[in-house]
Ligand binder design. Structure first.
Ligand SMILES: CC(C)(COP(=O)(O)OP(=O)(O)OC[C@H]1O[C@@H](n2cnc3c(N)ncnc32)[C@H](O)[C@@H]1OP(=O)(O)O)[C@@H](O)C(=O)NCCC(=O)NCCS
Length: 375
């Protein structure tokens, strides 16, 4: 969810300002990324570019495009390029199902009227999975100014159209160099190790919903801002397999995280980043999904929200945890600068444990960002 106030009537000029404020190395990186993303478009079969103008229903009431909309576009581009590649050889027809999104940072805000150019490129293939790297450029078509809004890495697995539970083989890809292939293999091995840990989290028992009879919670407690959204999965949410697109789920997750953070800090908020998400379970058409967000950790100026997605059939009450992820939001003052957020009032051992774990993730992410900046 993006909830900026409009920064000015000239967003493109602002982008130039922001680019100027970057360290030289960062601004070179941004322009290199912009050039790469634009230039890469039509050159290879393993690339795909889609473009769309941002409309009012993509944005919040003050004109900023929701983070969830961007995640949905990223996933659409990845699904197209992945499915096309996996059907490039004879054999079962298949759809590329999203199984993982690496940690994603939102670099610059996007506004109504700008054109989003989403470029997806296959960067690694294992026997049964594909890595797709996606870049999102926002173009102001009045001035021609472009900015890199987002970069993401997604993993897809081809599932047979005949039998959705059958994972088919991925055709090999050509690498520009041996080094590129080696780097891809390292990323593949690293995510394989990391996701074992999140699989265990997905198997946690689904918490009971809050009782509406409970007395109102005190402001700035976890219970006060905890929010849920219930969605009936319809055909337009689904792939050819009749299972929910990962992008649809991410959009709902971002919406809930945005609601939680606004309830806590009562100000404009912005999605800053999303930690790696693993999609271990499918969600079928006709299911009811309950998306719940709760605050886990608060630093001086950021809020970490854990979002849990539980699915059940319409008639049977048994739920299963389809996916969970951590979103980080920031609160903005009237000049769109990050501002301190109210501290979280912790109640009980469970909340204390989650807070400590969130703090460890925050410190780890911060150290990594600093290290990346130094490179
Ligand atoms: C796709 C799916 C059927 C794979 O099931 P699985 O039991 O993990 O299958 P396997 O263990 O045989 O793994 C198959 C391949 O997928 C890869 N994979 C599975 N889960 C992954 C994940 N979270 N991230 C990256 N790769 C993953 C494995 O590495 C393997 O590839 P490899 O053999 O080249 O290493 C299952 O994960 C699934 O249904 N996920 C939900 C997909 C979906 O509906 N997405 C949208 C959700 S809203």
């Amino acid at each position: 969810m993006r909830c900026f106030r409009p920064r000015s009537s000239k967003p493109a000029a602002e982008v130039e300002d922001v680019l100027e404020q970057l360290q030289p190395s960062q601004s070179q990186q941004v322009s290199r990324d912009v050039r790469d993303a634009v230039g890469a478009g039509a050159q290879q079969d393993s690339n795909h570019q889609l473009s769309r103008i941002m409309r009012p229903d993509d944005a919040n009431i003050v004109g900023n495009v929701h983070g969830g909309i961007i995640l949905k576009m990223i996933e659409e581009a990845g699904c197209i390029v992945g499915t096309r590649h996996c059907n490039a050889q004879n054999g079962d027809r298949c759809m590329a199902a999203l199984v993982r999104v690496e940690k994603t940072e939102f670099l610059f805000p996007m506004f109504i009227g700008e054109v989003a150019h989403v470029t997806a490129e296959i960067t690694y293939a294992s026997k049964h999975s594909l890595e797709v790297q996606v870049k999102v450029l926002a173009e102001n078509i009045l001035t021609g100014a472009k900015k890199l809004a987002n970069k993401a890495a997604l993993w897809y697995v081809p599932c047979s159209l005949q039998n959705v539970n059958k994972v088919t083989d991925v055709p090999p890809i050509k690498y520009a160099s041996q080094e590129q292939e080696e780097q891809g293999r390292k990323r593949y091995e690293a995510q394989k190790l990391e996701r074992l840990e999140t699989k265990a989290r997905t198997e946690e028992v689904v918490p009971p919903p809050p009782n509406p009879e409970d007395p109102p919670k005190e402001q700035h407690t976890v219970g006060f801002s905890q929010s849920s959204l219930i969605h009936l999965v319809g055909p337009s949410d689904c792939t050819l397999h009749h299972y929910v697109h990962g992008g649809v789920t991410m959009k709902l997750m971002d919406e809930v995280a945005g609601i939680v953070s606004v309830r806590h800090c009562n100000s404009n908020v912005v999605t800053a980043s999303v930690d790696a998400i693993n999609f271990h379970r499918k969600i079928n058409k006709g299911c009811v999904v309950t998306v719940t967000g709760r605050l886990t950790f608060i630093s001086n100026k950021s809020m970490e929200i854990e979002v849990l997605v539980d699915a059940s059939s319409l008639v049977e009450p048994d739920k299963y945890r389809a996916v969970s992820a951590f979103f980080t939001f920031m609160s903005l003052d009237k000049d769109n600068k990050p501002q301190p957020v109210p501290p979280l009032k912790i109640d009980g051992e469970e909340e204390q444990r989650r807070f400590k774990e969130g703090e460890a993730r925050y410190n780890q992410n911060k150290a990594k960002r600093l290290a990346d900046k130094k490179q």
